[in-house]
Design a protein around this ligand. Structure first.
Ligand code: HEM
Length: 238
């Protein structure tokens, strides 16, 4: 990208330094940070859940002989591993919230939303909607045996501007996790509980969910309505 940008007449010759920096940051955090966070949480969840770890190990051992290099071809034979990755992304979405700006006004289950409003979508809380995910804090990869309602599992966001690396990230994480399970065994002390640090992303997710409940009084908010208008918080993020 750098080379193309500096070559006279190159396809990216018009790319400014700022645009280049923005793109590099997007690739770096969008493509690397997210996947490594997802795998870190997968290792944690498997260590806390030895039964699931054993089941995954059995699947991987059945697919891959010792010394055999895992590749994309094995992906279709790793359904449980794929479910483990999906369940990890549900419980610990590396991007716990995303944002949009409305292009027209509309009614959100009785909540009027103006045009040109910044909207935060608290992915973390969407993934903990009890109506869709019974016992939401429980690690249960088999949840994904059933079809998931549209909009209920959105670690890669949704719609036209969702993650461009979605399929690659799923394939990469699944293959890597299978490789790790095949080579290593890891456990945690029984009393070890990981508490995600309360950085402002998680904090805003908490705020968003509370704010949402207040907006709707005592009424239960369906998961697709777990969208919060939050001008102030959004401005703080920028
Ligand atoms: C587990 C891994 C990943 C997760 C959870 C994830 C999640 C997300 C989310 C939530 C967004 C924001 C979409 C929105 O605006 O609502 C996004 C955007 C993006 N992701 Fe990923 N991502 C992952 C891996 C990757 C990988 C591996 C790549 C590249 C190979 C990638 C490239 C991007 C890019 C370029 C964008 C910006 C898209 C745009 O603005 O049009 N992501 N990702």
């Amino acid at each position: 990208m750098l080379q193309a940008s500096y070559e006279e007449g190159g396809a990216l010759a018009a790319l400014s330094k700022d645009a280049l920096t923005d793109n590099l940051l997007t690739f770096m955090f969008g493509g690397f940070d997210t996947t490594s966070i997802a795998l870190t949480y997968a290792l944690y969840l498997l260590a806390k859940n030895p039964e699931q770890w054993d089941r995954l190990r059995q699947e991987v051992d059945a697919v891959v002989e010792p010394g055999f290099q895992l590749s994309i071809k094995e992906l279709k034979d790793l359904p449980y591993c794929t479910k483990v990755v999906k369940e990890t992304l549900r419980l610990y979405p590396p991007a716990p919230l995303t944002a949009r700006t409305t292009t027209s006004s509309f009614d959100l289950d009785g909540l009027p939303v103006e045009e040109d409003v910044h909207v935060l979508i608290p992915i973390w809380w969407v993934h903990r909607d009890k109506d869709v995910w019974p016992e939401p804090e429980r690690f249960d990869p088999d949840r994904f045996d059933k079809e998931v309602p549209a909009g209920a599992w959105i670690p890669f966001s949704d719609g036209l501007w969702n993650c461009v690396g979605y399929r690659f990230a799923m394939a990469e994480s699944t293959i890597l996790l299978a490789g790790l399970v095949r080579s290593l065994t890891w456990r945690l002390p029984d009393d070890y509980i990981l508490t995600p640090s309360c950085n402002y992303y998680y904090y805003y997710c908490c705020c968003c969910s509370r704010c949402c409940c207040r907006c709707k009084g005592t009424q239960r908010v369906p998961h697709r309505s777990f969208v919060v208008l939050c001008w102030l918080f959004y401005s703080c993020l920028l």
